[in-house]
Every structure is written in C-alpha cells, then in structure tokens.
Design a protein around this ligand. Structure first.
Ligand code: NAI
Length: 324
C-alpha cells in the first residue's frame, strides 16, 4: 500500500478547519487514490474542540484517512509533514494597528516556520491561508532557511474563484468557459483581478464588458467580497476559503495550465524579488511557474504596482519589527 501523505492543518478547530478537514480526508486535496494522515495543530484552549472534530472524522470512516494526530506542539504537528496548511492566525481586533497585527502573527508564523524547517519532510509544501496571508507566508519562509523558498505560498485562489464567478454571472456563461483568469498582488483590498488576459469563448474578457463595469463593479466586488460575506453571513468566508485551499494544493501537486497563487517573486513583471505576491501561474512536475510574456497595459500596471507597494510596506514593517 502507498505510504500516507501527512497533511498538517493549523487552526484545525476554527471555521475554515471544519470545512477543510473532511474534504482532505475524503481525498479531494491530493487525489482520490492518495491515503492521508491528518495532523491537527491548535492552541491549548482549542485542542478539545479539535478532538471533537477528529471524532466526527472517525465517524465518516473515510477509506483514505489512515490516522489523525492532535497537538498544541508545532514541532510534533509538522514532524514529517508533506503538506502544511497554515490556517490559524491572529485576527485584527478593534483598535489594533497594523504593527500590532504583524507582531502578533509573527509570533505564530515565525515559530511555525522554524518547526517546519526542523521537522517537516523534504518535499514539504506550505500554503498560508491565515491573514495577512502573503506576509505571514514570508515570515514562515524566512524562519525556514533550509526549506527551498518556493515551497512557501499564500492563498489568492479564493479571489481567483470569486473573479470567475462574478464574470460568469455578468456574461451569463458557465465558469468552465472562462480561461486565464489572473489575480495579481496582495490578498487584500488592493489585489488586482485582471481581465485583460482572461479569455471567454476565445475572446478577451475585458473587451466583452464595458470599462465602467470592470473598473467600478468587477474589481471592487472581487476585492471586497470577504467583507460582503461577513455582512451577509455574520461570519467570514469559511467553506469557500477551504474550497480554495483544496484547489490550490490539488493543482500544485497534480498540475494546471493556468491559475492564480501567491508565490515568491523572481522579479517577473517588476515585482521585487522575494515578495510573496499573486501571479498567473502554471504548475508542472509539482512546481509553480510564473506565466511569462504577458503584456501589461497602463490600467493594469498602476493597479499591480499599488498592490505590490503594499506588500513591500508590509515586508519593511516586519523587517523593522525584527520578524524576518
Ligand atoms: P477561526 O477564528 O474560526 O479559526 C482560527 C483557529 O486558529 C482557531 O481555532 C484558533 O484557536 C486557531 N489558532 C490561533 N492561533 C493558532 C496557533 N498559533 N496555532 C494553531 N492554531 C491557532 O478563523 P477562520 O475563519 O477559520 O479563519 C482563519 C484565517 O483564515 C483567518 O486569518 C482569516 O482571516 C483567514 N482567511 C483567509 C482567506 C484567504 O483567502 N486567504 C479567506 C478567508 C479567511
């Protein structure tokens, strides 16, 4: 029998964790023939709740689930891990300054990065979901000098999927007819969903919609969708975030021709090297590659630059705080 793949999920007792774990255990993260072993990392106060979720996972009798470990010790949680989904994070609370938020998250993602560095399997792949995702991924990466830098990624797949859905509704086409969608930059309100390379039935999407809709409706709707969900649901996106995490890892491992992911920049498209920024990417042989050679018009350039500037400011802030 195949050796199970160890998947570590942090924040396992949270709402995304609850939507994510059952899908991983059912085979949707890696493939329907890959056995998995789950490792749940929580803070001490939430270990009991994670144990409750584990009882429910047992009760599903998933054929591919070969075991579940639950711990509040990062060194144990990441020991031998092949995939790490870093979901648990410190949310921004009322009156919290950006520096406090980055500091609090540095206290989570720094030690977790080190634990990954010291204990994870050689093929470890990391997806950071917890916000501010791009900069948390950078902190974890910088705390793991022995792990290849490109194994640290952050999630913009939810933004990508939101953009697909908004465009499909506008053009009254199935999402499957939309190709080459791209989210650029930071997973924040400055992100830029780009329709100038997106194709619908062989035509460029930006030419199928009017400019005012693109600028004043599409871009802000995608960028502020998280806030709209909170407003409507009274809680932040959870099942859709879990779904996007599944999509990201599945495509990373199994390959794709085109999607969006925040990965370390090699300097492409003027994004300073090392920033973990969202790009149009393909995945081949288990590695993300930035899709090259796209022409960036002035409208897009301005928006990509603004989001990348925000990422640079976050990097400067975490440097000044001594977190990287
Ligand atoms: P939640 O508050 O329901 O759950 C978070 C869990 O993380 C809690 O159970 C908490 O105990 C745990 N946790 C906190 N610190 C931890 C640590 N040091 N180690 C292990 N576990 C820890 O939050 P939810 O809704 O599950 O969201 C999680 C994160 O995902 C948030 O930061 C949220 O902003 C982010 N998010 C990101 C999205 C994206 O597109 N990148 C989309 C939606 C949410």
């Amino acid at each position: 029998a195949q050796t199970p793949v160890k998947v570590t999920v942090t924040g396992a007792a949270g709402q995304i964790g609850y939507a994510l774990l059952f899908r991983i255990a059912s085979g949707q993260l890696l493939g329907a023939d890959v056995p998995v072993k789950l490792s749940l990392l929580e803070i001490p106060q939430a270990v009991k709740a994670a144990e409750g979720t584990a009882m429910e996972l047992d009760d599903c009798a998933f054929p591919l689930l070969s075991g579940i470990e639950i711990t509040d010790d990062a060194n144990k949680a990441f020991d031998g891990a092949n995939v790490a989904l870093l979901v648990g994070a410190r949310p921004r609370t009322a009156g919290m300054e950006r520096g406090d938020l980055l500091q609090a998250n540095g206290g989570i993602f720094g030690p977790q990065g080190k634990a990954i560095n010291d204990h994870a399997a050689d093929d470890i792949r990391v997806l950071v979901v917890g916000n501010p995702a791009n900069t948390n991924a950078l902190i974890a990466q910088q705390s793991a000098p022995d792990v290849p830098a490109e194994r640290f990624t952050a999630m913009t797949r939810l933004d990508h999927n939101r953009a697909l859905s908004q465009l499909a509704a506008k053009l009254q086409v199935p999402v499957t007819e939309i190709k080459k969608m791209t989210i650029w930059g930071n997973h924040s309100a400055t992100q830029y969903p780009d329709l100038f390379h997106t194709e619908v039935g062989g035509k460029i999407a930006a030419e199928l919609v009017d400019e005012a809709w693109l600028r004043d409706t599409f871009i802000p709707t995608v960028a502020k969708r998280g806030a709209a969900i909170i407003e409507a649901r009274g809680a932040s996106s959870a099942a859709s975030a879990a779904n996007a995490a599944i999509d990201h890892v599945f495509d990373w491992v199994n390959g794709t021709e085109w999607t969006s992911a925040a990965i370390p920049s090699d300097g492409s498209y003027g994004v300073p090297e090392g920033l973990i920024s969202s790009f149009p990417v393909a995945s081949r042989d288990g590695k993300w590659e930035i899709i090259q050679g796209l022409e960036i018009d002035a409208f897009s350039r301005e928006r990509i630059d603004a989001s990348v500037r925000e990422l640079e400011e976050e990097r400067t802030a975490v440097r000044e705080l001594g977190l990287i």
